[in-house]
Design a protein. Structure first.
Length: 200
């Protein structure tokens, strides 16, 4: 192995430990998310285990960082979080959380071409807040329009779909968690108006 490669790999373990501590994740939580044993993760962080690709790929997914950033970042990194948007057709998603497991937050900008509802189901629970524009939410037998400042929450096992309802893109915040995990709201919400969605 070239000396340059050896030098790069020597910093992977400390970087993995620093990244895990920064995210507030335990070895046990990371093991559950990645399927890598606690002992292997510990040996990776201490430098006793060589950082092979089959170990680094699930770690990169768990930390939501590119593999080259996981391997090639400087040993003492900039503490600022650099948000990288993910684009797919007319949908732009910016991950706002950087930890493994639990609730995750995204900022989404949805263009005007997603007009034909295609409801899907999956495990989890979602909370959506409209920042700007108009959002069309199809949830089970409900079909509602949410404006800026309005929110909805729902069990994602119900068939659901959302997209722009106006002539301009809609911008939303989305919080998503595993099944049974919801946000804890201290203030009691006002009684819902007829025809609105999400207040339970």
């Amino acid at each position: 192995m070239a000396n340059a490669d050896a030098a790069v790999l020597a910093f992977v373990g400390p970087r993995l430990r620093a990244l895990r501590k920064e995210r507030g994740t335990t070895l046990a939580q990371l093991a559950e998310t990645t399927g890598i044993s606690v002992s292997t993760l510990s040996r990776l962080e201490s430098g006793e285990r060589r950082p092979a690709l089959e170990l680094l790929l699930p770690l990169a997914r768990a930390y939501q960082v590119p593999l080259d950033e996981l391997v090639g970042a400087p040993p003492v990194g900039d503490p600022r979080v650099r948000l990288k948007p993910i684009k797919h057709e007319d949908l732009t998603v910016v991950p706002l959380t950087q930890h493994a497991g639990g609730l995750h937050a995204w900022k989404m900008v949805i263009g005007t071409t997603r007009r034909e509802p295609d409801p899907r189901t999956h495990e989890g629970y979602e909370w959506i807040y409209v920042l700007s524009g108009k959002l069309r939410l199809v949830l089970g037998e409900h079909d509602v329009i949410l404006k800026a400042g309005e929110a909805a929450e729902f069990d994602t096992r119900l068939p659901h779909w959302f997209g722009s309802a106006g002539e301009a893109p809609v911008e939303i915040l989305s919080l998503f968690g595993p099944q049974g995990e919801r946000m804890h709201v201290r203030a009691k919400p006002r009684s819902p108006k007829p025809g609105t969605a999400g207040n339970r």
